[in-house]
Write a protein of this length. Structure first.
Ligand SMILES: Nc1nc2c(ncn2[C@@H]2O[C@H](COP(=O)(O)OP(=O)(O)O)[C@@H](O)[C@H]2O)c(=O)[nH]1
Ligand SMILES: [Mg+2]
Ligand SMILES: [Zn+2]
Length: 313
């Protein structure tokens, strides 16, 4: 049988196949080439399994994992060299952005986008709380939309509390596996509950109470929605993961830089002081946004730590 992993609590995996959930375990030691992770299988994985009967209980035995389209990791809590796969096979992430309460800065957006590009995960920019903005903040949204749409990122304005464009978000989610990200307070929980009131995702209050207890581990979980859409919730998991990249690789994750790279004189151009740099020329001609270039420099010049983004919530 073949199914999708919806939840994992360490030794057991809940796998959904044709609408049924099966409690499965792994056979022996499972290794995936290229990944040193503490968990061999994650939420979102597509697996093959066979059924067995143990003490009257019918459980599954996972025998194979299908190749992942993408996956996100975080550093393992205990073993610094090892990573923990949070989720895999994610179709899209909705990055929630608010201009105020809280402010979301372009450096944050760009760091997020770089990481998502590195993980091959499509990002949609969602400007939330549009019901609450004055003219200046609306102008800021239009300005940002211009920048990001020109690069190729889809943008949408919504209000989770006033139910504006929620139907459009649902349309975009149909048939796909989605995640929601953004600063604390931008309205992720509110939006997800507006999309699917019956889901009743754990609110921040509950997960924070959780944290006050002993060292508790939270796990990602996949949920089926009522309109042929699935979401992966990662309560209490912070940290997009570890992206280690070389200096001349960073520009490849800025799509508008990458598109121009072939026109730079040097093929290993990092677009700073090199002569005949197509990116710098485009910047002077205002074809590339200064805010994007500023973010690029910041990430490039940052310490190694800065390559690690902590942005999922
Ligand atoms: N005015 C307005 N407030 C919102 C909107 N969406 C969320 N909020 C408020 O923003 C606060 C934080 O929302 P929450 O969903 O907890 O954010 P999260 O931390 O991203 O999950 C709450 O007080 C919400 O009522 C919106 O579209 N408009
Ligand atoms: Mg929340
Ligand atoms: Zn260049």
């Amino acid at each position: 049988m073949t199914g999708t992993v919806y939840k994992s609590t360490g030794s057991w995996y809940w796998v959904k196949s044709k609408g049924e959930l099966y409690k499965c375990r792994i056979k022996g030691k499972f290794r995936i080439k290229g990944i040193k992770s503490t968990n061999p299988i994650s939420v979102g994985d597509i697996v093959d399994f066979s059924l067995e009967t143990n003490n009257d209980e019918e459980t599954g035995l996972i025998t194979n994992i299908h190749e992942r389209k993408n996956f996100i990791v975080r550093k393992s809590v205990n073993l610094s060299k090892q990573t923990h796969v949070i989720a895999s096979n994610i179709d899209q992430v909705f990055l929630l952005i608010t201009i105020d309460n809280p402010p979301t800065f372009t450096t944050f957006i760009d760091r997020f986008l770089v990481t998502a590009e590195a993980y091959s995960i499509k990002t949609i920019l969602v400007f939330n709380k549009i019901d609450s903005y004055e003219i200046e903040q609306r102008a800021e949204i239009l300005y940002l939309k211009d920048i990001y749409e020109a690069i190729g990122y889809e943008c949408i304005e919504v209000s989770a509390t006033k139910n504006i464009n929620i139907d459009k978000i649902k349309e975009m989610m149909t048939g796909k596996v989605s995640m929601f990200a953004g600063h604390s307070g931008v309205g992720k929980t509110t939006l997800v509950n507006a999309i699917e009131p019956s889901l009743n995702l754990k609110t921040k209050e509950i997960s924070e109470q959780h944290k006050q207890g002993q060292h508790t581990t939270t796990f990602a979980e996949m949920f089926d929605l009522s309109f042929d859409a699935r979401i992966i919730d990662t309560p209490g998991i912070k940290g997009f993961g570890v992206v280690d990249m070389d200096k001349d690789e960073l520009g490849d994750y800025f799509p508008e830089f990458f598109a121009l790279k072939q026109n730079c004189k040097f093929n290993n151009c990092i677009h700073i002081n090199e002569p005949q740099c197509a990116v710098k020329e485009a910047l002077e001609n205002e074809e590339i946004a200064w805010s994007r270039y500023k973010s690029y420099l910041q990430i490039l010049e940052g310490e190694e730590e800065h390559y690690r983004t902590d942005i999922w919530e």
